[in-house]
Write a protein that binds this ligand. Sequence first.
Ligand SMILES: [Cu+2]
Length: 385
Amino acid sequence: MITRRAALAGAAGLAAVPVVLAAARAGAEEEVKDTSMAPPADLSGLTRIRRKLVAPPGVHEHEQVAPDAPRIVEFEMTIREKEVQVAKDAWLQAMTYDGSIPGPMMVVHQDDYVELTLRNHPENLMQHNIDFHAATGALGGGSLTLVNPGEQVVLRFRATRAGTFVYHCAPGGPMIPWHVVSGMHGCIMVLPRGGLSDHEGRPVTYDRLFYIGETEFYIPRDETGAFRRYADPAEAYPDTLAVMNGLVPTHVVFNGAVGSLTGDRALTARQGERVLIVHSQANRDTRPHLIGGHGDLVWEHGKFANPPQRDFETWFIRGGSAGAALYTFLQPGIYAYVNHNLIEAVNLGATAHIKVEGTWNNDLMEQVVPPTAFEVAGAGKTALP
Ligand SMILES: [Cu+2]
């Protein structure tokens, strides 16, 4: 008997074949599925540290300047498939790293070793893996980490390049985009060992760090226009694929749902604090903008070996990348942080709020005359010339 789980695993496997074979022919090499052909790396001299991941927009405890020599930094993540409410009237058969969309952000320093234990929860239906854009070889670790429900795998890679990098699920063929737009993406920040530097190479630190992961969803509708709700991902797949292939998202959201970072869930900061906002989008281009603020220092590509650019009004995050922007809040109030395709921000969901406490500065902005009725010369509409 073919169970739904086996069918899905098979679909993923079959779907992967053409891509993998094409890649193998091009390079006259097989896809690397294990690494036992080479001697193990000797890392006996390195110390280990275990970091407990936290859900975005938070980020686990970390140092900005590396305290000593490169270390092995251990992380654990469990993949969970579950239904998530993504708007008042819309539900998604989501696939998640550790239960959140996006998955948790990891922070290490350049030349540290990232050692991830990745578990596929036994109640899941599908195979999953992880492709780290920060890693070298084996499809970013994707071909070494494909796990069935109930399996776990341990992957270690050296973080050789400093910057913010996307990670995402990539189990092969059409499973890849589906898993990504179902929520399986996140970010790792590889800090330079000495911490961040400004445009002149001077050290710069942040007081707060927010991780915002943007996702676009493609949720099918029924004949009446209402969003359809499904029993599991397998049931949702055919309809979802049809919407995905139209390339018109039904929702564009920060951190997994419309309103996940607004109102009571707004981010908070204090006047004068330097806030680093890391923004990832694993599938589609976006353009973050802080309304009433700026990007003082912006690593638009998110790669810290390049000097940051200054004073941006809006920055561009390429689909499949993560960027970072540092801003010192100068005025109190509520700031909207949006995807400045304003249709996506306002109508489809891509808005966050940052509540800043402090004292208003009239030198930066003052309402010289409040709204007041003014005298209109003559009556009726003025004829245009
Ligand atoms: Cu997956």
